[in-house]
Write a new protein. Structure first.
Length: 299
């Protein structure tokens, strides 16, 4: 067990979907997507107290069972690769809203995988961790991948991108949106899939990034979030928040909601808006980042 990383606070950053198109549905019920992920310099924080009893436990309780806790499930997924006596108590400082479309639970799970891979000295490759992560949920692998990405499949096939690292105001109307409910909505119909060549022409692929960094167009104005219209109809609180933000620009919903975001010119501009936000909402101001804060911890 690696003592170099003991007593650290491990970040689990939020992500936003700069756009999200649903392009099909697989036989197993999962939806095929095209989307772009970017991280934010704000998120949850985890701690890990490694033990030699083999027990895996948590020091927090946010109202959901250990059986449904992605952090506990992630640790147990790694347990077969660890020594028999390897155990841990996981601590979690929850700052991201649950059911908010910011990937909080998925990011927490990914940080567990990265941290315990080091703390338990497992030396699993990034590819192996991404494989394990996909068993935990479609959003988990992007946090292991660790780079802003154009994503396809169910969200696990990545091409690195370099969108502008803009400041955002992010608001949540304090409602938990059911991802399963939104994806099963009868009004959700697939959009035509964007072909790879068209994506490259629009400056989305990794090859384009290397040659034409200044021409990159994946930002908060590209595409749409196809789920937004459905969520707005089912959750009026999300609709009201988007309406309020639209006074100041072109807001967008992240993931399956209900968090919404708006690019702002500076941190100060975001904080000014945050102070005026509707009273039934919570939020924060954060900067977009193209690399996960733990990028490079796993090879």
């Amino acid at each position: 067990m690696d003592s170099e990383y003991s007593n650290l606070i491990w970040p689990a950053p939020a992500k936003i979907n700069l756009f999200l198109h649903v392009v099909g549905r697989r036989d197993d019920g999962y939806h095929e997507l095209q989307t772009a992920f970017q991280f934010l310099n704000f998120g949850d924080e985890l701690t890990f107290a490694v033990n030699h009893s083999g027990d895996i436990s948590r020091s927090y309780d946010f109202g959901f069972s250990e059986e449904s806790d992605l952090c506990i499930r992630a640790a147990k997924k790694l347990k077969p690769y660890a020594a028999v006596e390897a155990g841990v108590t996981i601590g979690l400082h929850k700052r991201l809203p649950m059911g908010g479309g910011l990937g909080g639970g998925s990011s927490d799970a990914a940080t567990v995988l990265i941290a315990l891979n080091l703390l338990w000295n497992l030396q699993l490759s990034k590819e192996k961790l991404e494989e394990i992560a996909l068993d935990l949920g479609a959003d988990v692998p992007v946090f292991i991948h660790g780079q802003a990405a154009w994503a396809e499949g169910i969200g696990e096939v990545f091409s690195p991108i370099s969108p502008p690292e803009t400041w955002f105001i992010v608001l949540n109307p304090s409602v938990e949106v059911s991802t399963a409910e939104i994806f099963s909505n009868k009004r959700l119909t697939p959009r035509p899939k964007m072909k790879r060549i068209r994506a490259l022409e629009k400056g989305i692929g990794s090859d384009w990034n290397e040659k034409h960094q200044s021409d990159l167009v994946i930002d908060s104005t590209f595409g749409v979030n196809q789920l937004e219209e459905i969520v707005r109809a089912e959750y009026p609180e999300v609709n009201d928040l988007l309406e309020w933000l639209s006074q100041f620009g072109q807001p967008r919903m992240s993931g399956s909601g209900g968090s919404v975001f708006l690019p702002v010119g500076s941190q100060e501009a975001g904080l000014t808006l945050l102070a005026k936000r509707p009273s039934n909402s919570v939020g924060f101001v954060a900067k977009g980042e193209n690399f996960h804060p733990l990028f490079g911890k796993v090879e």
